[in-house]
Design a protein around this ligand. Structure first.
Ligand code: APR
Length: 268
């Protein structure tokens, strides 16, 4: 669905979201897998989401990884190539522009695909880790993506194992039942608490503790803007809700902000 066929109400909401962000002093954005689907990466709970095909309790849980790491790597073999080759889409680029305009203090992302950084965002907190970094599950030795891909090619078996202690390797992503990276989650909670506006883009807001971050913003009187192609449980607490594609809406919000900025500059 392109921008041209947006309903009048959606255009009004885009303008209102632009005004909120343009006037904000400490806005942050919280993103989920939905912002990357237009880059060809499936999300988890949307249409044809990953968890529809791979049961999270078997493929995405740390206990099941310990029991049978091969299962996780079988899923990774199918999903990872899309993550490695994906490019940022207009939604990611719009957020990088907002940071450039000093209208976003940081990106808090649940995504592991590094597309925000590839789009030019600098202050990115990856609260669920990153698929491009690997560690040995035993001795914590670290491996590059290139080394792991070479191992998979040579060993022709799953999981790839550590050269030092032969334990299985694991990408530095947070599985269910694992703790989140301490600095990233504490910093995200502090940013959410200080945020006068939190933009939430492409998340079902269904996984704790990240799904609690908007409550930190609300508790301090901050406002929520939700851009998601289907309803979330926080829609009724948000100032603005736009049920549409992030790749369409976020660039239009940035366009509106540029108009507001031009008006302000011309009145100086
Ligand atoms: N534009 C807007 N919304 C979209 C788009 C899009 N182009 N594509 C998908 N969506 C919506 C989906 O409808 C869904 O509501 O984005 C949301 C994505 O939700 P999830 O798939 O649950 O992803 P996320 O919220 O990031 O999941 C959180 O759960 O399994 C764990 O670790 C995993 O980080 C993930 C966490």
């Amino acid at each position: 669905m392109g921008a041209k066929i947006l309903k009048h109400t959606q255009r009004e909401k885009i303008h209102k979201a632009a005004e909120l962000l343009f006037k904000s002093k400490s806005a942050v954005v919280l993103t989920g897998a939905g912002i990357s689907t237009e880059s060809g990466i499936p999300d988890f709970r949307g249409d044809h989401g990953i968890w529809e095909k791979y049961k999270p309790e078997i493929y995405g849980n740390i206990k099941s990884f310990i029991r049978d790491p091969q299962k996780f790597w079988q899923m990774a073999e199918k999903v990872a190539p899309k993550l490695f080759t994906a490019n940022p889409n207009p939604g990611h680029i719009a957020l990088a522009e907002l940071e450039d305009m000093d209208l976003l203090k940081a990106v808090i992302t649940q995504n592991i695909d590094e597309l925000h950084q590839k789009a030019g965002s600098v202050l990115v907190y990856e609260v669920h880790g990153n698929i491009n970094r690997f560690n040995c599950f035993g001795c914590r030795a670290s491996y590059t993506k290139k080394q792991v891909l070479q191992k998979l090619k040579k060993e022709k078996s799953y999981p790839p194992t550590c050269d030092i202690c032969t334990a299985p390797l694991k990408p530095s992503v947070v599985l269910f039942g694992e703790g989140l990276p301490t600095f990233e989650i504490y910093q995200s909670q502090a940013l959410a608490q200080k945020a006068d506006v939190m933009l939430i883009a492409g998340s079902s807001l269904s996984v704790a503790p990240v799904c609690d971050l908007p409550a930190y913003t609300l508790s301090e009187g901050g406002k929520l803007i939700i851009v998601n192609d289907r309803p979330t449980h926080l829609d009724n607490k948000a100032e603005i809700v736009i049920h549409h594609k992030t790749g369409t809406i976020l660039p239009l919000i940035v366009e509106e902000i540029k108009k507001l900025k031009a008006e302000k500059d011309s009145n100086v």
